[in-house]
Design a protein around this ligand. Structure first.
Ligand SMILES: Nc1ncnc2c1ncn2[C@@H]1O[C@H](COP(=O)(O)OP(=O)(O)OP(=O)(O)O)[C@@H](O)[C@H]1O
Ligand SMILES: [Mg+2]
Length: 298
């Protein structure tokens, strides 16, 4: 790879991870700016990794989020389902600072007030987000994509000349294994299947070691086999990262919630018209008449 390509990639990635991005997928309003939060300030002593209370977001009078409250524990894998337009992506926009709510409370751990932070500060504090569309660097190899993600903490320019040490090489190796792309390390990312690109992007996010990972429809467009492997991958992250997974694929949700160490306790939240319609085990929400009526029965 030419230094030019690498430099361009590093700049783009730094932009993607560090700076308030443009409107993007759901066209969120850009957040106003607040204080700078040093990494390491996250306090999870009280059990919540994410706490939302009475969040309201209106677009021209239409309430996309309507008194939305959500409490996610440290280490939890929370699945979120709900019909199109329920507000799932808007909720992620609020958590990541892309959209500023009209009112409400949003905390990361018990001390970090997300509503006073910019998008880049929130990413730095340890919240990673996977958008629906894969956004890998198509011209770079799988390995180089992970390398860039590892270096995204440094200034883009410095990272181009920054040489990997053996510990970092090991981390990339472990990640290649985890995302099932060890055999593809030198392959150009643009040649991967859709599912493999999604895994690569998840790997890139994981290289940043997020405390909380938000995944918006991660298996959309994947083959059945890729979907199954993605469920295995997410289950293997349990305990190491807290995960919020938004999906319409109920087989995938079933797999995530009925497997793994905390299978009997895993909760599913159903969003509808901007607020929580139901919450409980998958069996609970599947048996809920209101949920069947607005979502599962269709
Ligand atoms: N920037 C915006 N301007 C106006 N309306 C918006 C904007 N972003 C979202 N909305 C509206 O807010 C509602 C919630 O949208 P959102 O994308 O959060 O839904 P969702 O639950 O993610 O749906 P899906 O399952 O289709 O992805 C929708 O009615 C949508 O049209
Ligand atoms: Mg959405």
């Amino acid at each position: 790879m030419t230094p030019d390509l690498m430099e361009e990639g590093a700049k783009t990635l730094a932009r993607a991870y560090k700076l308030p991005t443009n409107a993007g997928e759901s066209g969120g309003r850009e957040a106003s700016y607040g204080r700078v939060v040093e990494p390491g300030q996250l306090d999870v002593a009280h059990g919540s990794i994410l706490y939302l209370e009475d969040i309201e977001v209106s677009f021209d009078g239409f309430k996309a989020l309507n008194k939305l409250s959500l409490d996610i524990s440290v280490g939890e894998m929370r699945c979120i389902i709900g019909p199109n337009g329920a507000g799932k992506t808007t909720m992620m926009d609020v958590i990541t600072g892309k959209t500023r709510p009209d009112s409400g409370t949003a905390f990361f751990g018990s001390t970090i007030n997300l509503l006073s932070m910019r998008e880049n500060e929130i990413a730095q504090a340890g919240i990673g987000r996977k958008f629906q569309k894969p956004t890998v660097f198509e011209q770079l190899s799988v390995f180089e994509n992970l390398e860039l993600a590892l270096k995204a903490d440094r200034s883009a320019r410095a990272s181009v000349f920054f040489k990997l040490n053996s510990e970092q090489l090991d981390r990339i190796g472990d990640m290649l294994q985890l995302i099932h792309l060890r055999d593809q390390a030198q392959r150009t990312a643009g040649l991967l299947s859709h599912g493999q690109k999604q895994w690569l992007e998840i790997g890139m996010l994981l290289m940043q070691n997020p405390k909380l990972l938000l995944l918006d429809e991660p298996v959309a467009g994947m083959t059945d086999e890729e979907t199954e492997r993605t469920a295995e991958l997410f289950l293997s992250l349990e305990g190491k990262h807290s995960l919020v997974v938004v999906e319409h694929d109920m087989k995938f949700i079933h797999e995530l919630t009925t497997q793994g160490a905390t299978a009997d306790r895993k909760k599913v939240t159903v969003l509808h018209e901007g607020s929580v319609l139901a919450e409980g085990t998958l069996a609970d929400v599947q048996a809920n008449d209101k949920v069947v009526e607005v979502y599962l029965g269709r």
